[in-house]
Ligand binder design. Structure first.
Ligand code: C2E
Ligand code: CA
Ligand code: CA
Length: 606
């Protein structure tokens, strides 16, 4: 028996289920209507509410040609032969006592109402008047006329219904388009992409082809929105969509997943070429919006569905995973999904759990690296560096700090390090303490107040504390960062700009945020040894900072030559393996006990 899915059904304005309402005769009626082509089928059916006159016809949404197969939808209209309807017929045809009955009683006149299968479902019966035969003949034709009128009424209704159905189809089509497309770009939306993927994956199963999904995410879209406003952002999305559209073909579709994320699904031959480079190339030409030239790049995550059966959602998840990795690797990268990515993700999740416990149990502790006066060689301060030792070995802060940032543990971890570092530094009243602060901490509106409360509770002189922040901190939400910095500076806390020379922080930013110190990154110090203009860049940087009266620390000093050059270039503090590795608090105490004169330390430095 063919399946009869119900697209929509209404009775007196409310939805209902015709299959349940008409019972088992419903299916045969639909089949009869589909078999009879354009001609409507008129039958009497038993419903929950009694006998109904039902008309059904196959409808075809747009063309006016006769439906040929059973695949067309069927439009069904019905009218219940309620007591009111029977009464009306009785009045119209002057047949007092006209009734709808299951079996005609003896001595009455009746006509048979045939059901979907041609068998009688009920009878219209009325009392015989003398002389029976003649009246019966008259009335019989009346009743047949009545039934025909009803039938004509139904056909008219069917005809109107057909037009209505056509319109409904159009509306439904439009609604479907809306549901599967993105209004801004006109591309498929997420739902549309999933649907197209599903279809393509089915097609692929039947041919030796491979489906590749590319998720394309713009780099720096947020900056565009922040700098130029959402109207420009929207315009950019449209322009990007237009460029990506060149990939549309019979075997490929383009979608906007939302925000600044796009997707391209492409069905190709196995081991066929991938198009990530072509996609990236589309972003090489800047976009022109309202007279502005806007440069924006993209990162790509890709996943392939080879021979194995794969759900469209799983394919999207894989591409998403690869995209996430591509974003982590920096701008303009394309990464293909491998199972390793999943494994690494699981490792990170496991590490995150361990980190949570390590923070709770205070297992993560600071080590301290001396900051040495470039002239006297004396220890001027220490920088606290987080250390996490597991039985299996040491986990580098380069690994666990980003995990803490991503998992929201950084606030807790940061305060733990700050608080333990202060506890240790209490024993070294003559020197300063530097502590690293992650960008996310400074964006937390409570950060400044928490640090001030901590200093107060521990009676630690705020001027002895320097917070080291990287320029990444200054980029997003600079206003909140500025507020945090200002309230901490008001109580005397100092700020150093860490890793200077690795990014694009300008000297202007140094002034604007009021840094008390600048730390030149190790990469610039390393460049000193190479035969290029590294030394000049470094010297220029240092003299610029000095012109602004900002003292400079050099990090990563590994050789006496570097130390000497840096001292001569004007760095007042030096830090690096050559002058002291990060060490336990006790070692700092011991080191401070060794009487250092300018001569001894200088001897070491040289
Ligand atoms: P950073 O703030 O630039 O710290 C300096 C890093 O260079 C430290 O690595 C230090 O051990 C290393 N270093 C010092 N002298 C030398 C040298 O002469 N040669 C070489 N090759 N390396 C040297 P570490 O301890 O692995 O920390 C790495 C980064 O992790 C730090 O870079 C900092 O950004 C972050 N970090 C460490 N502790 C914390 C913390 O408590 N909070 C936050 N937010 N970040 C932290
Ligand atoms: Ca630092
Ligand atoms: Ca640094």
């Amino acid at each position: 028996m063919p399946k009869h899915d119900i697209l929509m059904a209404y009775a007196k304005g409310a939805e209902f289920d015709p299959a349940a309402y008409f019972g088992e005769s419903y299916g045969p009626l639909i089949s009869a209507a589909q078999d009879s082509g354009k001609e409507p089928v008129i039958r009497f059916l038993n419903s929950i509410n009694g006998i109904e006159l039902v008309g059904a016809a196959a409808v075809q949404p747009f063309a006016d040609t006769a439906p040929t197969s059973g695949n067309y939808s069927t439009l069904v209209f019905s009218k219940q032969l309620s007591p009111a309807v029977i009464d009306e017929m009785a009045t119209t045809f002057d047949l007092p006592g006209l009734r709808l009955v299951a079996h005609p009683a003896d001595g009455n006149l009746s006509i048979t109402l045939t059901g979907a299968d041609g068998a009688a479902v009920a009878y219209l019966q009325w009392p015989s008047k003398k002389p029976g035969a003649i009246i019966f003949q008259n009335v019989r034709s009346y009743l047949i006329a009545a039934a025909s009128i009803l039938a004509i009424f139904l056909i008219a209704v069917l005809f109107t219904g057909h037009t209505a159905a056509t319109n409904l189809y159009r509306l439904a089509d439009r609604a479907r388009f809306k549901a599967t497309h993105d209004a801004l770009s006109g591309l498929l939306n997420r739902a549309g992409l999933l649907e197209s993927l599903e279809t393509a994956l089915d097609q692929r199963a039947s041919s030796a082809r491979v489906m590749t999904l590319y998720l394309v995410d713009l780099d720096g879209f947020k900056d565009v929105n922040d700098a130029w406003g959402h109207a420009v952002g929207d315009e950019l999305v449209k322009l990007v969509a237009d460029r990506l559209r060149i990939f549309e073909s019979d075997d490929a579709f383009v979608a906007r997943m939302g925000g600044d994320e796009f997707a391209i699904g492409r069905l190709g031959v196995v081991h066929g070429k991938t198009i990530q480079h072509e996609i990236l190339a589309l972003f090489e030409t800047p976009y022109l919006i309202g007279g502005r030239t806007i440069e924006v790049g993209a990162s790509i995550g890709m996943a392939r569905a080879p021979g194995e059966q794969i759900e469209s959602l799983e394919l999207v998840r894989r591409a998403d995973m690869a995209l996430y990795r591509a974003k982590e690797e920096g701008r303009g990268k394309a990464v293909e999904y491998t199972e390793q990515l999943d494994a690494q993700r699981r490792d990170i999740a496991a590490l995150e759990e361990k980190l949570r416990q390590a923070i709770a149990s205070g297992e993560i502790r600071p080590a301290f690296q001396p900051l040495i006066d470039a002239r006297s060689g004396a220890i001027k301060g220490v920088e606290a560096l987080a250390r996490w030792n597991l039985q299996t070995g040491r986990v580098s802060p380069e690994i666990f700090i980003p995990i803490a940032e991503k998992s929201g543990l950084i606030d807790q971890l940061g305060m733990l390090i700050l608080s333990t570092a202060i506890d240790e530094a209490q024993q070294w009243p003559a020197i300063t303490l530097s502590v690293n602060v992650s960008p996310m901490q400074l964006r937390n509106p409570n950060f400044a107040a928490e640090v001030i409360a901590l200093l107060h509770a521990k009676r630690f002189e705020p001027a002895r504390l320097t917070l080291e922040i990287t320029e990444g901190t200054l980029i997003s939400n600079p206003d909140q960062v500025k507020r945090s910095i200002n309230s901490l500076r008001t109580v005397g806390v100092r700020f150093a700009l860490d890793d200077f020379g690795t990014g694009y922080a300008s000297i202007g930013a140094l002034r604007e945020f009021g840094f008390d110190r600048l730390k030149v990154d190790r990469s610039l110090i390393v460049a000193l040894n190479e035969e290029n203009d590294g030394a000049d860049v470094l010297k220029a940087t240092i003299s610029l900072a000095r012109a602004l009266h900002i003292p400079v620390t050099a990090e990563g000093v590994e050789t006496p030559q570097q130390a000497e050059t840096l001292r001569q270039s004007g760095c007042d503090l030096l830090q690096g393996y050559f002058l002291g590795r990060p060490m336990a608090a006790d070692d700092v105490t011991a080191l401070l006990l060794v009487p250092t004169t300018i001569e001894t330390r200088r001897f070491e430095v040289k």
